[in-house]
Design a protein around this ligand. Structure first.
Ligand code: ADP
Length: 446
């Protein structure tokens, strides 16, 4: 087992990882930018190192500085969290070259899944159904038109290097195609430094259902069920739940077993998420994330398995302790992302938290990195916390969520809490009848 883990992240996920390390008796190193000197992840770590100015490129994304921090502190492993360098194959490779363990999959697996075209081809070869689309990248408008006409409109242009819903544009008709193609490419170039794009059939009423997988790189891999992340704004998740209200046990088992088998074939190591769109009883692979997800606590709530602790164990060379037959699902869990944002426009709302009172009680978990008096810096993601609620049934979970939201008080900034207070009153949400377009439509009409 490791002696000291450096956590190359900030906010709630840095604290989440520290907690798992503490339970395993591993010392923790926090890294931070000058803007985060007062952050909770710095205060609670055993040691901390300032790695640069506020801009992420000069701190949390700066590989030489992170390596220096490992060297200064003698850390023998790095946990990247999510975002930042968590899916950077080069980072994983460089760490291994320095005999520091990257807590995650092999750099090869990160690379394959990081290129969405290659990921889809790999999925297809492994027997996973994929969204119909172009064979590889699309480089010109005439080529795009040919693919679109063969598939039928609407179509979606997507960035090969995509992430966070960026570089994605819909063309509803042939007249929209040229503009969709050029704006998707420009956005992809600006966000990822790579303007390669591909095309997919644009599904009009799918749900986003993802399967949590776990492998040990020693031939063993299992699935931990699904999460339904269909409530999204601008292609970004805001509410996640498990199990999905749209799946029965048979469909759940079938897709779970298919994906687990594929992971065994890949000899995948660590936690991963295989994302699908689900429409009319069919699953269509869209991408795989080779890291811990923001919404992992939903799976922890219904399986009782600490995913971060397992990531650390497996990275240290241990085999999976769980077999598929050991995994049981208990009750229902929902996560609400508490963002420092206007609840209607989603405009970021950084600033000082003047009052902070998180909810508690049976079945309620709050993962957060903020505190009363904390000043949220304007430089990073607006997620300030996650409220995760667990109940025996979906109804009990919703009742508990309503109660927990009513206890949550955050003053001084705007947050997404009022949006969740509205959502839990909507019949479609109560009945679990929503697809990936539901929230945008609801926001447009209310
Ligand atoms: P990113 O990596 O940017 O998050 P994804 O491929 O995971 O991109 O897609 C993000 C979201 O965009 C999905 O959850 C879904 O809401 C929407 N989306 C992606 N592909 C399609 C598609 N073919 N049809 C309709 N919506 C899609």
């Amino acid at each position: 087992m490791f002696d000291k883990v450096l956590i190359a992240n900030r906010g709630e996920i840095a604290l989440r990882i520290q907690r798992a390390c503490k339970e395993l008796g591993i010392a923790t190193v926090a890294v931070h930018s000058t803007a985060d000197a007062d952050a909770m992840h710095v205060r609670l770590a055993d040691e901390s190192v300032c790695i640069g100015p506020p801009a992420a490129a000069e701190s949390y994304l700066n590989i030489p500085r992170l390596l220096s921090a490992c060297e200064i502190t003698g850390a023998d492993a790095v946990h990247p969290g999510y975002g930042f360098l968590s899916e950077n194959a080069r980072f994983a490779e460089i760490l291994e070259e320095h005999q520091i363990t990257f807590i995650g999959p092999t750099s090869e697996h990160i690379q394959v899944m990081g290129d969405k075209i290659e990921a889809k081809e790999t999925a297809k070869k492994l027997g996973i159904p994929v969204v119909p689309g172009s064979d590889g990248a699309v480089t010109s408008e005439p080529e795009a038109m040919k693919v679109a006409k063969a598939m039928g409109f609407p179509v979606l242009i997507k960035a090969t290097a995509g992430g966070g819903g960026r570089g994605m544009k819909v063309a509803h008709t042939a007249a929209d195609l040229g503009l969709a193609l050029s704006t998707a490419r420009a956005e992809a170039k600006a966000a990822f430094g790579n303007d390669a794009v591909y095309m997919e059939k644009y599904l009009t009423k799918p749900r986003h259902i993802e399967i949590q997988v776990f492998g040990d790189g020693q031939g063993n891999a299992i699935h931990l069920g699904e999460r339904d992340c269909s409530l999204q704004r601008r292609h970004q998740k805001i509410w996640e739940e498990a199990p999905s209200p749209a799946l029965n046990a048979e469909a759940q088992k079938e897709i779970g077993d298919t994906v687990a088998e594929a992971m065994r074939e890949l000899n995948y190591r660590g936690a991963g998420t295989v994302e699908f769109l689900y429409e009319d009883g069919e699953f269509f692979f869209i991408e795989m994330n080779t890291r811990l997800q923001v919404e992992h606590p939903v799976t922890e709530a219904i399986t009782g398995i600490d995913l971060v602790l397992e990531q650390i164990r497996v990275a240290s060379g241990a085999q999976l302790v769980h077999r598929q037959s050991d995994i049981t699902f208990s009750g229902h869990a929902i996560e609400c992302r508490i963002n420092a944002e206007n609840p209607r426009t989603f405009r970021p709302s950084p600033g000082q938290i003047t009052y902070w009172h998180p909810p508690g009680g049976l079945g309620v978990r709050v993962d957060s990195g903020v505190y009363q008096g904390y000043r949220i810096p304007p430089y990073y993601d607006s997620l300030i916390g996650k409220l995760i609620v667990h109940g025996k049934t979906r109804n009990e979970c919703l009742m508990r969520l309503r109660r927990a939201l009513s206890e949550f008080v955050i003053d001084g900034i705007e947050t997404t809490i009022p949006l969740f207070n509205d959502l839990i009153l909507q019949p479609d949400i109560v009945n679990g009848l929503y697809d990936i377009h539901w929230l945008e439509k609801y926001l447009a009409k209310s």
